[in-house]
Design a protein around this ligand. Structure first.
Ligand code: ASP
Length: 443
């Protein structure tokens, strides 16, 4: 029999109604054996996620404030779910919640506080499904340096879940060597799901959320963009890095290493196919040449100009060292014969600007340094580009047509993406123009 690991995001488990949908999905396929839940998310747009309530409540407790009212609001979220599902779990939950309250008073830490959202949801879901509950703190291990110990963790997960046929393992947290709880970064239940899938050697990692997978671009820019049926891990890395956020970036590595595909699915529309994330896909399975468009505003280009730069051995290294020594990683580095530009995040750069410029002057003795603070980057990504001539021509024709001035171009030699720098105010127009030419017009 196949084994699937299924992770459900916060909106999929926001209230009892959603729990019923989740249980229906799990029961519809007996290979869905290992379940990783998030904490209850938003029930409606202005609602607050339980994780955010826990952070706020703990912060108040840590300041010595009266956090009773906030805590009761969290208690109510869980009690409502348990009651509406008709589970006999109220006594257990009352005990758990009173322990959590005591731990808040004892300053157990923000990570511990936030992790309780997933922990409690996991207890409820396990009871509702009749699955075993495996506390993530017992099997997901971080090292002293705060980094995940993947091999050790996979071993522990495998050993534990092999003893039970089906299990619920809460997402988002694990434990440090001294047994304190540590969480991943926000949205980290995706990572737990990926680890569990790798550990049990799953055939598929299903990641259930509230949208039917990736869309070609941000629906806030283009209404109702086309869905992406298949995307490779590399394409996803490019798009996720540039802002397409459906799935936590760090969640890719464990399953990718283990060769397990991911299927992004919609809990509210389970019949939709969603997006399959795979290691390799034929170039012609992408219907529009491009797979996706993503991007971000808020970059700065620092251009260093110096006569005969090209003859000066080590010039690039010296420039990059200045950024490195200031803890700034660079995004792109387009260059000319006597100029070299470094593109960095505006916020990070401006916080250290004076120091960086001074060091650049000392280390590289430039003729001139120019700073352009009005840069947005657009990533046009697609495995289909390699097999097609004229992709770049179409991108730039579309931008020219939309009267967008292109400031920078960078095409990775893998021919998987073209990065374009434009003015911040041209960002949305650019996304629309590229979408229109490839997807709407299918040119
Ligand atoms: N509940 C956590 C968050 O809101 C983790 C997750 O949902 O994946 O970030």
């Amino acid at each position: 029999m196949q084994t699937k690991v299924v992770k459900f995001g916060g909106s999929s488990l926001a209230d009892a109604k959603q729990f019923v949908k989740v249980a229906d999905i799990i029961r519809a396929d007996e290979s869905r054996r290992f379940v990783v839940p998030s904490a209850p998310g938003k029930r409606y747009p202005k609602d607050t996620k339980v994780t955010d309530m826990l952070y706020a409540c703990y912060d108040l407790a840590a300041r010595g404030g009266d956090f009773s009212e906030m805590f009761e609001a969290i208690v109510a979220r869980y009690m409502d779910i348990v009651r509406e599902l008709g589970l006999k779990l109220e006594d257990r939950l009352t005990r758990e919640l009173s322990n959590i309250r005591m731990s808040f008073l004892a300053r157990a830490g923000r990570d511990y506080a936030a992790s309780r959202g997933e922990y409690l949801n996991g207890l409820i879901l396990a009871e509702y499904l009749g699955f075993a509950f495996v506390d993530a703190a017992d099997v997901i291990h971080f090292g002293e340096d705060g980094k995940l110990r993947l091999a050790e963790t996979c071993h522990a997960v495998k050993e534990r879940v092999e003893q039970v046929g089906n299990a619920v393992i809460p997402g988002f947290y694990g434990s440090m060597p001294n047994d304190t709880v540590k969480t991943f970064s926000r949205g980290g239940s995706d990572i737990t799901g990926s680890i569990v899938a790798a550990a049990v050697g799953a055939d598929l990692y299903e990641n259930w959320t509230d949208i039917s997978g990736y869309l070609v671009c941000d629906p806030r820019i283009v209404p109702d963009p086309e869905p992406v049926g298949i995307i490779t891990y590399r394409e996803l890395r490019e798009l996720a890095y540039m802002g397409a956020q459906v799935f936590h970036e760090d969640a890719i590595f464990p399953v990718r290493q283990a060769g397990i595909p991911i299927n992004i699915k919609n809990t509210n529309r389970p019949a939709d196919e969603g997006t399959m994330i795979v290691e390799t896909a034929p170039e012609d399975t992408s219907p529009y040449v491009i797979t996706g468009i993503a991007g971000k505003r808020g970059f700065v280009t620092v251009t260093i100009e110096k006569d005969m730069m090209n003859a000066e051995l080590g010039f690039g290294r010296k420039v990059l060292e200045v950024f490195e020594n200031n803890g700034i990683s660079f995004e792109h580095m387009p260059s000319g014969i006597d100029t070299l530009s470094v593109i960095v995040h505006k916020d990070e750069f401006e916080a250290k600007e004076d120091k960086i410029i001074r060091s650049l002057e000392i280390e590289t003795a430039p003729d001139k340094i120019d700073i352009d603070r009005d840069v947005a980057l657009l990533a046009v990504v697609g495995r289909g580009m390699r097999a097609q001539r004229g992709t770049a021509a179409r991108i730039f024709a579309a931008l020219a047509h939309a009267k967008v001035n292109v400031k920078m171009i960078d095409q990775g030699s893998s021919e998987l993406n073209v990065i374009v720098g434009v003015r911040n105010e041209d960002f949305e127009t650019s996304v629309k123009a590229v979408y229109d030419i490839f997807v709407t017009q299918k040119l």
